[in-house]
Design a protein around this ligand. Structure first.
Ligand SMILES: [Zn+2]
Length: 235
């Protein structure tokens, strides 16, 4: 019995996509946010995940400029992982690049997380341990919930907690209309709303392969009624 590795992977188009931004001036919040929004839009266009984009930017002390460290897009459905929100992806990619669990601990300066939508309850928690100085947010959770996503239950004082307790600077409401347009496009394309309850969608039939009390495999089972029907149709 060997359990699978848990992999979070950026989509195949990412490397080429990011290359287009090699000469971009990321000195403003709007410039950084437009990059995060473009990531979400490309994810929708390519059908490689949810409509959310995020990125980690840091200071390059050698020239004083803000530079992209790590991009992130939502990969919940393709990576089979409810953790794979855009913020988690960007933080994780940055941490892999620095061989560190914390971006600040790794020695980076002015670490900014830019996210096209307000962090959900899960991502709000992860920000605390990622090693971040600043968070820049586009749309609110109400925008995400208006197309069906469940954003969870953050403490009502989350803004004060970020600013006063964690000493993380916060700016909200950057390029909101541009984020909303990406959400609308996702909805128009009938993108999957992947809340944990499955939104009442039909659940596949499965069979458990076991070794005593241990489950060794979860195997999808073809629906025999559907198979019989399709066999009848081909006669
Ligand atoms: Zn999240």
């Amino acid at each position: 019995m060997q359990y699978p590795h848990v992999d979070l992977r950026l989509p195949d188009w990412m490397d080429e996509f990011v290359e287009k931004y090699r000469a971009t001036d990321f000195s403003t919040d709007e410039a950084m946010m437009r990059f995060a929004i473009a990531l979400g839009a490309e994810n929708v266009k390519q059908g490689t995940g949810g409509p959310f984009g995020a990125a980690i930017f840091v200071l390059d002390p050698s020239d004083g400029k803000t530079k992209l460290l790590a991009p992130g897009v939502n990969r919940v459905v393709p990576d089979h992982n409810s953790e794979a929100h855009a913020e988690t992806m960007a933080q994780g990619v940055g941490q892999q690049m620095t061989d560190s669990y914390s971006l600040l601990q790794a020695g980076l300066q002015k670490v900014t997380l830019v996210t096209s939508c307000e962090p959900c309850a899960k991502c709000m928690g992860s920000i605390e341990w990622a090693g971040i100085n600043r968070v820049v947010i586009g749309a609110t959770k109400d925008h995400a919930e208006s197309i069906g996503f469940n954003e969870g239950n953050k403490p009502p004082n989350w803004r004060e907690y970020l600013r006063n307790t964690l000493k993380i600077d916060l700016r909200e409401g950057v390029c909101v209309d541009e984020v909303a347009a990406v959400f609308e496009e996702y909805k128009r394309k009938d993108g999957i709303i992947y809340n944990g309850d499955g939104m009442g969608l039909p659940r596949p039939k499965i069979r458990l392969e076991t070794n005593g009390s241990l489950i060794s495999r979860v195997v999808p089972v073809a629906d025999t009624a559907v198979l019989a029907q399709s066999a009848a149709n081909t006669k």
